[in-house]
Design a protein around this ligand. Structure first.
Ligand code: DNO
Length: 411
């Protein structure tokens, strides 16, 4: 696989120097400074490439392998009349990225919020810190802080009652912290949504149910995937995180059926998947290794991470990369098999770009401020473990498949 790490840009406290030493050949980055919906100009893309690929020639090269994300404007998700203009911008950004040599572009279709957690500092038994999602804490936010109309119906009565009791004993500081964590903005931004405006953003989805959101997603992909196909980009949707509806908003990229429907909506290779085991793995009904085997040719990018479900099955925390509920051995085996298949078929870039997704805050990073989930040492540890697993599986599987061994050796 092509080992990569996410780099949020020049303000990221984890440097390109760090990422290189962690063992990466590729970088995953985005132009977070541009407003969502704007065309990404060639000059801005090249400026980022300059930082990653050209400056600092003293050390081993790094390559901007994946854009994560080229974000989708809310008007596209809502199916507003203005969506066509934003879709045209998206198509132009894809053309510009392709002109600069970028071949993999990730996006998501989650309304309003990107990923959601309720705790960014959950203490693990070894003292490191993990990200965690607790359904009851989320209910506290929804029922008692946001006070969303109709929220009551979304929680089991016992959870709602416990949430109210919990809220009554929370300090002002704890309430502020939960509010800020839940409203954290898009990755790469340190700003959170404002509580006052937030209900307004949710209201705009009042008439958009899962079927309508799916139709809007398919409308979008039918317009942009042919352009991606033409310019040689693999577009890859990131699944919902967590993979179930929150705050009354529909979520439509959570299961194998959701993904298969999306792929069928525009049957070109460019219409693909970011296979995020951490997001999909929260649901016990997602058979991850089987999904890779069945959908594999359309996987353009891989996020490897695992979560551990807790006593309430909607609660989870991010576990060590080889622990947790994801069978990483089976996942890695299916991924290596997919790569061997690509090699045997003579594909020009058979290596799947992979990044160790998130990592615990540990060792020296406990004293540093990094983007939640994106500390250097936790990701380095995750990558090291995953690479070891990949190496072992490669050796074993390639021996069983002589043509693929030859293809691999010839790289
Ligand atoms: C979280 C990330 C997501 C992801 C976007 C992709 O750490 O995996 O925020 O980048 O959803 O569009």
């Amino acid at each position: 696989m092509l080992h990569t790490m996410r780099w949020f840009g020049p303000n990221d406290p984890v440097s390109l120097f760090d990422i290189r030493q962690a063992g990466c050949a590729g970088v995953v980055s985005a132009l977070h400074q541009l407003p969502v919906g704007a065309v990404w100009p060639v000059a801005d893309i090249q400026a980022r490439q300059q930082l990653i690929e050209v400056d600092n020639t003293r050390y081993a090269p790094l390559h901007w392998a994946v854009v994560e994300s080229l974000p989708v404007h809310e008007d596209i998700k809502k199916g507003r009349p203005t969506r066509d203009a934003y879709i045209q911008n998206y198509q132009q950004s894809l053309r510009n990225l392709a002109a600069c040599g970028i071949r993999t572009v990730c996006y998501n279709f989650m309304p309003v919020l990107d990923w959601s957690r309720t705790d960014l500092n959950y203490e693990m038994p070894d003292g490191s810190r993990a990200l965690r999602f607790v359904w009851q804490d989320f209910a506290v936010f929804d029922l008692c802080i946001l006070k969303r109309a109709g929220a009551e119906a979304d929680y089991e009565p016992a959870v709602a009652a416990a949430a109210r009791e919990q809220f009554a004993s929370m300090s002002t500081e704890a309430i502020a912290q939960l509010t800020n964590t839940t409203l954290l903005g898009l990755p790469g931004s340190e700003e959170a949504f404002e509580l006052q405006n937030f209900q307004g953003l949710l209201n705009e989805y009042a008439t958009i149910d899962a079927a309508a959101l799916t139709a809007n997603l398919h409308y979008f992909i039918r317009a942009v995937a042919p352009v991606a196909e033409e310019v040689g980009i693999g577009l890859c949707i990131h699944p919902d995180d967590p993979p179930f509806p929150l705050l009354g908003l529909p979520r439509v990229v959570s299961t194998e059926a959701d993904l298969a429907n999306l792929l069928a909506a525009c049957d070109v290779r460019a219409n693909g998947i970011t296979f995020c085991t951490g997001s999909l793995g929260v649901r016990p009904d997602n058979d991850l290794a089987g999904m890779i085997t069945r959908l594999g040719s359309r996987i353009h990018f891989v996020h490897l991470r695992t979560t551990k479900r807790e006593e309430n099955p909607r609660n989870f925390h991010e576990a060590d990369h080889l622990a947790g509920d994801v069978d990483m051995y089976a996942v890695m085996q299916a991924l290596v098999e997919e790569e061997l298949r690509r090699e045997a078929a003579g594909e020009d870039q058979p290596a799947l770009p992979m990044r160790p997704d998130h990592g615990h805050q540990m060792l020296d990073d406990l004293h540093k401020k990094t983007y939640p989930g994106y500390s250097a040492i936790g990701r380095l540890k995750g990558l090291a473990e995953l690479r070891g697993l990949e190496y072992g599986l490669r050796r074993t599987l390639a021996e069983a498949e002589p043509p693929a061994v030859a293809a691999y050796a010839a790289r």
